[in-house]
Design a protein around this ligand. Structure first.
Ligand code: EPZ
Length: 429
């Protein structure tokens, strides 16, 4: 199992290229199941989750071809992925595959929309919460899908095809919105989704579906309307830049001090995160290359933040902000409102000497002058990168174990940090 060794204390200077968004790439790949023609995706990041999803799609008979420069080549711009679901040979997504990459459960929507049936393993929970799929099932039933749950599998049938309908989500759900969209585009008639997720990744998928011939309006707002069509065609679409990767590296620069340009980043995708960083005393400026992040000398000011659906402060940046606040000049309060168990990083941050108290869904972080390097354990994707951020500023050496969590969502993390002066190396074992 690979580990990452970091010697802290080095400010970051230079340029970090931002990769395509993991949380857009996954649903975009799944959308390929909706057509028998080829979907071409540009700016696809090289991530473990993308490789896992390729395997799952292959199980359904989907052909995936990758091209593009290798990481480290000059002008590396991600991969170009040609995905062709000309013939779907199997409408079952087995437990051993779905349990590895929970978003693969979303294949249920295009499979039942195109094939009239799907048998998909329930994904099960994960480190940050139980992650139920009841709202995804509700959305499909509203579109006329008959659902049965048997032996850990969701069996979906729509022998007469899907029909448009009204879907009102009681709470904002990204997965629910993706599922509703990818079923409604081939339904017979009009669908209206109320209280839809407004995350940029949902808008990116809707833009791609419209290029494929779908008729979606209102994506990015709480009310989305879809006129069903009988068939979708192939298209070419470039994955939008990863706002969570952008926010993560911005927090790393805030933590170490320095001056870095996040190239390809788009400020409007994470305005709330950038506003919070500005409150901490970091200088943020938009340039034509992307976003420039500077902190020179001034201390880190404490902030009080609650996570919430877009456009509010994203839950996927909560752990990273907490790492930054461990060295603020004062006490911060960070409240997690989306997932019920997303404080797994607290115990590990404490190993660096951080002072964090938990009070229900709020973490009270008392800033300390210094963190000391330590061996720590990554538990989930975003928690693991919060440990990297802490280690970059900790005195001495840190060893981060179980870095496969990092590889799920951060492309070439150590290369990008080393290029800006960090002392980071991967130790393969
Ligand atoms: C997506 O997860 C992201 N994953 C998550 O990123 C992100 O944290 C989350 O949205 C919130 O923004 C991908 O896009 C692949 P939800 P998702 O459905 O869709 C509850 C990362 O680190 N809920 O918006 O699963 C759910 O339990 C990952 O990249 C139900 O109760 O999140 C949660 O409390 C982590 N029933 C809340 O809604 C349902 O049927 C929001 O979940 C579905 C969800």
């Amino acid at each position: 199992m690979d580990r990452i060794r970091i010697v802290g204390g080095k400010p970051l200077h230079g340029i970090i290229p931002i990769s395509g968004a993991k949380n857009a790439t996954l649903p975009l790949m799944i959308a390929s199941l909706l057509t028998d023609q080829t979907l071409i995706l540009d700016n696809v990041p090289r991530l473990a989750d993308v490789i896992n999803l390729q395997r799952i799609l292959g199980n359904h008979g989907v052909d995936v071809m990758l091209s593009g420069k290798r990481p480290g080549d000059s002008e590396y711009q991600g991969q170009t992925m040609h995905i062709s679901a000309a013939r779907i040979v199997d409408t079952t997504a087995p437990y051993e595959l779905v349990s590895k990459m929970r978003a693969s459960f979303w294949v249920i929507a295009p499979l039942v929309a195109r094939m009239g049936e799907a048998k998909v393993s329930l994904p099960g929970g994960c480190a940050i919460g139980t992650r139920p799929v009841d709202l995804l099932i509700m959305a499909l039933e509203r579109l006329g899908v008959e659902i049965e749950i048997d032996a850990g599998y969701v069996i979906a049938r729509a022998p007469k095809g899907l029909r448009g309908g009204e879907i009102k989500f009681p709470k904002v759900t990204v997965s629910g919105t993706h599922t509703a969209l990818m079923a409604a585009v081939l339904a017979n008639g009009k669908t209206q989704i109320e209280n839809a997720a407004c995350e940029p990744e949902v808008t990116d998928v809707a833009d791609c579906l419209n290029k494929m011939g779908a008729k979606i309006t209102g994506a990015g707002t709480p009310t989305i309307t879809i006129e069903g069509v009988s068939k979708l065609s192939g298209a070419r679409h470039s994955v939008l830049p990863d706002r969570i990767e952008t926010g993560t590296y911005a927090m790393a620069v805030a933590m170490t001090g320095g001056d870095v340009t996040l190239s390809g980043a788009r400020p409007e995708l994470l305005q709330a995160g950038l506003d919070v960083l500005t409150q901490t005393g970091v200088e943020i400026s938009a340039t034509n290359a992307g976003i420039r992040v500077r902190r020179n000398g001034s201390g880190i000011s404490p902030v009080d933040v609650s996570t919430a659906p877009f456009p509010a402060f994203p839950t996927d940046l909560q752990a990273q902000l907490m790492a930054l606040m461990t060295r603020a000049k004062g006490t911060s309060r960070i409240t997690e409102t989306i997932f019920e168990n997303r404080f797994m990083h607290v115990q590990e941050l404490a190993r660096f000497g951080a002072r964090i108290q938990l009070d229900g869904e709020t973490a009270i972080v008392e800033g300390v002058n210094k963190l000391k390097g330590a061996p720590v354990m990554a538990t989930d994707l975003r928690a693991s990168v919060s440990l990297v951020i802490a280690a970059l500023a900790a005195e001495g050496e840190s060893m981060i174990n179980r870095v496969y969590h990092l590889d799920r969502g951060f492309e070439r993390l150590e290369d990008k940090l080393v290029a800006c002066g960090a002392q980071v190396e991967r130790i393969s074992s």
